[in-house]
Ligand binder design. Structure first.
Ligand code: CP3
Length: 346
């Protein structure tokens, strides 16, 4: 046990294990991507899917925000939709923005078209990218892998892409619970195999994006999303710490605790200190700066960051992050201000 972390990676691992750290580690969801000019440059030459599937390019995009901001953790550049693609449901980008899946899942026949065997083989490029990123980070910066939760993936797969209202998955579990269960079973197997592969390839921790968890009432959460996430986490047998990021689920805190994640990633609708007081002391928290603050000014960004740091002062098991992803209109100087404020916190 170290009480003074000697590298970003160690600081991150200590925070994951609720050990004392000199200051909270920081990274940002969707830190790689559209807010960075160097990403936009690369995007002129390569499509998103090409960047995801080419380990050299995925490595480069992963490292861009680390070079610029020296976050304590890098998050591998990929997308949650690589799972449906590897199961047989591909995706592309719509001209007007958003994701388009090649078909949508609505019937027994569609679910039967999805395969779980061979998923890990088809995602071999991710394992290669992880090895490459690991070498580039040279043990100094932590590396995070990730996956969508079965529930969040099911929603995109049933809508057939980005949607303004996610209704299809909620309709299915009410009208055809057996079929819903078959889909969730397949997704749970694929996600578990994929995350085991990421752990073996060398990630330090994994984040599960339950970004659509907030579509469920707290009564429904456990049966429809939480229990499948718990199965995924159990299948990893503690190989790496798991951060569960669930959005819009402040009312389901106890259900999130029951998934046995090591850390809960929270949005800005709940105070971290309050959430912490209702969680076991062995479970950490991550969050929860409102991403819109990155569109304001460096002064406002510093002030709001300090507010969160003060709220969590002296608490072990705290990772600083946004309450959701960096948006394309985030300003670089505001990201810099947040990072400097966390790193200078005494
Ligand atoms: O966090 C990171 O920096 C790592 C990379 C990452 C991406 N997507 C890259 C990306 C991660 C962790 C994701 C997760 C993801 N992808 C989620 C869950 C997290 C969340 O934010 O709620 C979801 C729902 C997706 C699916 C997805 N991918 C959507 C809805 C979109 C946006 C489509 C659009 O045009 O608005 C994407 C595209 C995507 N994934 C981009 C990036 C950098 C933007 C691609 C581009 O325009 O260059």
């Amino acid at each position: 046990m170290t009480d003074m972390a000697d590298s970003s990676r160690q600081r991150f691992l200590d925070a994951c294990a609720c050990r004392p750290v000199d200051r909270p580690p920081i990274w940002m969801m969707r830190q790689a991507g559209r807010a960075l000019p160097e990403y936009r440059e690369l995007k002129k030459k390569h499509s998103f899917i090409e960047m995801v599937q080419t380990p050299d390019l995925a490595t480069e995009v992963t490292l861009q925000p680390i070079r610029r901001f020296a976050f304590d953790a890098a998050v591998m550049f990929s997308d949650i939709l690589v799972i449906p693609e590897a199961m047989g449901q591909g995706y592309t980008f719509r001209e007007e923005g958003g994701i388009q899946m090649d078909f949508s899942i609505s019937s027994q026949r569609d679910v039967e078209r999805l395969h779980t065997e061979g998923v890990v083989d088809r995602l071999e490029y991710v394992s290669q990218a992880i090895g490459q990123i690991r070498r580039e980070l040279d043990g100094q910066t932590a590396l995070l892998g990730f996956s969508g939760s079965p529930w969040t993936l099911a929603n995109y797969m049933m809508e057939g892409g980005s949607a303004s209202e996610f209704l299809q998955a909620r309709r299915l579990f009410r009208t055809e619970p057996k079929l819903f269960e078959q889909l969730m079973e397949k997704l749970t197997v694929a996600v578990s195999d994929y995350l085991k592969m990421q752990a073996e390839a060398g990630v330090d921790a994994i984040q599960i994006f339950d970004s659509l968890g907030g579509m469920l009432s707290s009564e429904e959460y456990e049966g429809i999303s939480g229990s499948w996430i718990r199965r995924v986490i159990e299948s990893l047998q503690g190989a790496v710490p798991v951060i569960l990021f669930s959005r819009g689920t402040a009312g389901s805190l106890q259900e999130l605790v029951q998934t046995n994640a090591q850390i809960l990633g929270l949005d800005w609708s709940i105070s971290l200190a309050e959430a912490r007081s209702r969680m076991p002391a062995t479970m950490g928290v991550q969050g929860n700066l409102d991403p819109s603050i990155l569109t304001t000014t460096p002064e406002i960004a510093a002030r709001e960051t300090t507010r969160i740091l003060e709220e969590m002062r002296g608490q072990n098991g705290f990772i600083f992050n946004l309450g959701h992803g960096v948006t394309p209109d985030a300003k670089i100087e505001n990201i810099e201000s947040v990072v400097a404020t966390v790193k200078g916190f005494k």
